[in-house]
Design a protein around this ligand. Structure first.
Ligand code: SAH
Length: 200
């Protein structure tokens, strides 16, 4: 890693990496507590597994490889402080959303499509505004990356990676929730949007 501390591109990398560490810290406890809450049914399948690997690779692995090995640096591009500042603001917003979605979902959270024993539909707090605020947070992360990471591949791999997961998952997730919660979920869907309040 080249640490030219006067360069906006270096600070973009540092801020992205700190964001990743904070995100891991936000996930640490929900991961442990939800594991104790037994899964009653699951909609996981090979496509789910495949799309989680693609997402993880695009959002995390490719940027990490670029940051720490300098691989693909022939595809670097120029950047400036404004880009880095916008990226930092988007990433901060994303982390804030992760924190409040984890708080709202509590032990109902899963990394994939699982229903827990005694699963309750959460429709309050941030879930009153959109049905998939955690996916809104991932989109913000994916969109922050090209502002922070001045490389064409490492910057955009998250949009492609998470985009794949999102497209392959969101309908299946809503079907799973509808099968479980029926009318309650249909009502909830009628009054909320997916990831952008009032818009989408
Ligand atoms: N799509 C949501 C949650 C992602 S985590 C979001 O973006 O915020 C995925 C798990 O959350 C799924 O296994 C599902 O069981 C659970 N889940 C999704 N929406 C929920 C809700 N409104 N209430 C309770 N659990 C929910």
């Amino acid at each position: 890693m080249d640490l030219a501390l006067g360069e906006p591109s270096t600070w973009g990398k540092i801020i992205w990496f700190i964001g990743l560490v904070v995100w891991l810290a936000i996930r640490y406890r929900p991961n442990r507590t939800s594991r104790k809450n037994k899964i009653s049914s699951t909609a996981r399948n090979p496509i789910e597994t495949f799309s989680m690997i693609i997402s993880f690779t695009g959002l995390g692995i490719i940027p990490l490889i670029w940051i720490f090995t300098g691989e693909i640096s022939s595809l670097n591009h120029a950047t400036n402080w404004l880009m880095v500042a916008i990226g930092a603001a988007l990433f901060l917003w994303s982390l804030y959303l992760f924190r409040i979605t984890h708080k709202a979902l509590g032990a109902m959270w899963s990394v994939s499509l699982d229903l827990r024993e005694d699963h309750k539909l959460v429709t309050s707090g941030i879930y009153e505004k959109v049905r998939h605020p955690m996916y809104s947070a991932f989109w913000l992360w994916a969109i922050a990356a090209p502002f922070l990471l001045s490389n064409w591949v490492a910057g955009f791999s998250g949009i492609i990676g998470f985009g794949t997961l999102y497209l392959l998952r969101v309908r299946r997730e809503e079907r799973m929730m509808e099968d479980e919660f029926g009318e309650q979920y249909r009502d909830y869907s009628k009054r909320t949007k997916r990831i952008i309040p009032y818009i989408y």
